[in-house]
Write a protein that binds this ligand. Structure first.
Ligand SMILES: [Zn+2]
Length: 500
């Protein structure tokens, strides 16, 4: 139900127009009479009237101050003014009044309009836009928007109010700077995510390790997700302008904390996990959960409890791979057998150890492959080419000057210009070629990856079940299991390792 009009407490505010502003008719008296009549029509009883007598004092308006104090004291439900500009023409002041009205649910009424601030469009249509001309108002809004857009698009700058975890804002150079202590937390999250932890597991782990948010509270799952999905950590800044219907993205506006490759991997993992999250929370039964694939029909094999309770009452139940009876076509069913899961787990563990030896070999050869000499040569080549390019570009500019000063005729100018342009584009090609060679030579990321996996395998047996499962998913894409008459009913296990 709407509040009855009689219960609403109303303030009337009148202020004298400056000369030429409202015309001779709109004196204090007429303003007051109009508004009192309005109050009467609407059934508002006993309004408080605030009359600003002295119009010459622009910034000191005692009556307005009194009325504002009344709003703050929750005394009023409605403010009546003859026109919004009676309250003021200063945007800052109007904005304060607007906030106040929103906070205390006050509605402003004029003889023509009812201004409720809970509707943004209405504010634009009827409200404060009329103080300035409509055009001017829109232009200011546009400029504010465009300013932010340009800050990102042109000035390559992060904009925002609170720097993301891991960064502090340096207002002198207007740039995000890495906060070493907070960076540690973000990196820990990244590390765990790359290990295959879910956002919930990451939150648990981070909190267990004693890390807390800036406000000193434990991290929650959605916060972890937000951080790990925020491209600001790639050194990017973004501004989405709804008004301009454009998004500005600037790269390299600050130091990255997450590498692009890591970021992409984490997104892919999160995506593939969303559907599994529920299953995981039910508690998994084996590190091989969701990794076993039927060697015959290629469907995922499930792990089930084989209930065996002997007559003695002792429980001999164990987990097993459920025999695959998947319908292949109308008359054939898959006939892959099952097996106690611990047998497969042991086999996988053995395979992991062998795989680790293999990786250690890879690491040795990666490290032996000392590319620093070649890299240095390439780098000095690159430097030389860049110097040359700068020189040619200066030449091109000089050439234009000569032509403009008429010290060179058009024909020879164009000939020389063409020759220079060819040189410049050849130089640019060469530079990008060397650049890409240099990029591909960086063996350090590969070394880190291999080291990381060796590390995981070394710690595998000490991990909890869920962590083992997450780790395996990171190293192994699937474990193909076959046990049929063709294999003499012997289990055959084929582990598909993920590419490094
Ligand atoms: Zn099957």
């Amino acid at each position: 139900m709407v509040q009855t009009a009689t219960k609403l407490k109303v303030a009337i505010y009148v202020r004298k127009s400056r000369e030429g502003e409202g015309g001779a008719e709109e004196t204090l008296l007429t303003q007051k009479e109009t508004l009192l009549r309005l109050a009467e029509q609407k059934g508002y009883k006993n309004p408080d009237v605030f009359e600003e007598i002295d119009s010459s004092i622009k910034w000191n308006r005692p009556e307005l101050a009194k009325m504002i104090a009344g709003i703050e004291a929750k005394k009023y439900d409605r403010i009546l003014v003859s026109h919004i500009d009676r309250l003021g023409r200063d945007i800052g002041l109007l904005d304060d009044i607007k906030k106040l009205c929103i906070e205390h649910e006050v509605i402003i009424e004029t003889p023509d309009n009812v201004i409720k601030f809970d509707d943004e469009n209405q504010e634009l249509l009827f409200g404060f836009s009329s103080v300035l001309s409509d055009f001017e108002y829109k232009r200011i809004r546009q400029r504010l928007n465009k300013g932010k857009y340009d800050a990102v698009a042109i000035k390559n700058r992060w904009i925002g109010s609170i720097p993301p975890l891991g960064y502090t804002w340096d207002k002198n150079i207007k740039q995000l700077l890495v906060n070493p202590e907070e960076k540690k937390i973000v990196r820990k999250m990244v590390e765990l995510a790359l290990l295959g932890y879910s956002s919930r597991q990451i939150a648990d782990k981070i909190n267990q390790l004693g890390y807390r948010s800036r406000k000193g509270i434990p991290f929650k799952t959605d916060r972890i997700l937000k951080i790990l999905q925020n491209r600001v950590y790639l050194g990017e800044s973004k501004y989405e302008s709804k008004r301009l219907k454009r998004t500005a993205i600037a790269k390299g506006t600050h130091e990255a904390i997450i590498a692009e490759e890591e970021f992409n991997q984490i997104q892919a993992q999160f995506k593939s996990r969303i559907s599994k999250e529920n299953l995981q929370s039910l508690g998994i039964k084996s590190p091989l959960n969701k990794l076993l694939v039927c060697g015959i029909c290629k469907k995922v094999m499930t792990i089930q409890l084989n209930n065996k309770v002997r007559k003695t009452g002792r429980n001999y139940s164990f987990y097993q791979i459920r025999p695959c009876r998947h319908q292949i076509d109308l008359d054939t069913k898959c006939h892959n057998g099952g097996l106690a899961i611990y047998k497969v787990e042991n086999a996988v563990l053995e395979a992991l150890k062998l795989y680790k030896l293999e990786l250690e070999q890879t690491l040795v050869s990666l490290l032996a492959e000392d590319t620093s000499d070649i890299e240095n040569t390439l780098k000095s080549n690159l430097e030389g080419l860049e110097t040359n390019l700068a020189k040619q570009e200066r030449k091109a500019k000089r050439l234009l000057d000569l032509y403009l000063d008429e010290e060179l005729d058009k024909d020879s100018y164009q000939k020389k210009k063409k020759a220079l342009e060819d040189t410049i584009s050849a130089l640019k090609n060469e530079i990008s070629l060397i650049q890409s060679k240099l990029d591909s030579m960086d063996a350090s990321t590969q070394v880190d990856k291999v080291k990381g996996i060796i590390d995981m395998i070394e710690n595998f047996e000490e991990m909890e079940l869920e962590e083992q499962n997450a780790t395996l998913k990171l190293i192994v894409s699937s474990i193909v299991f076959t046990k049929t008459a063709d294999t003499n009913n012997e289990p055959v296990i084929d582990i598909k390792w993920r590419e490094l």
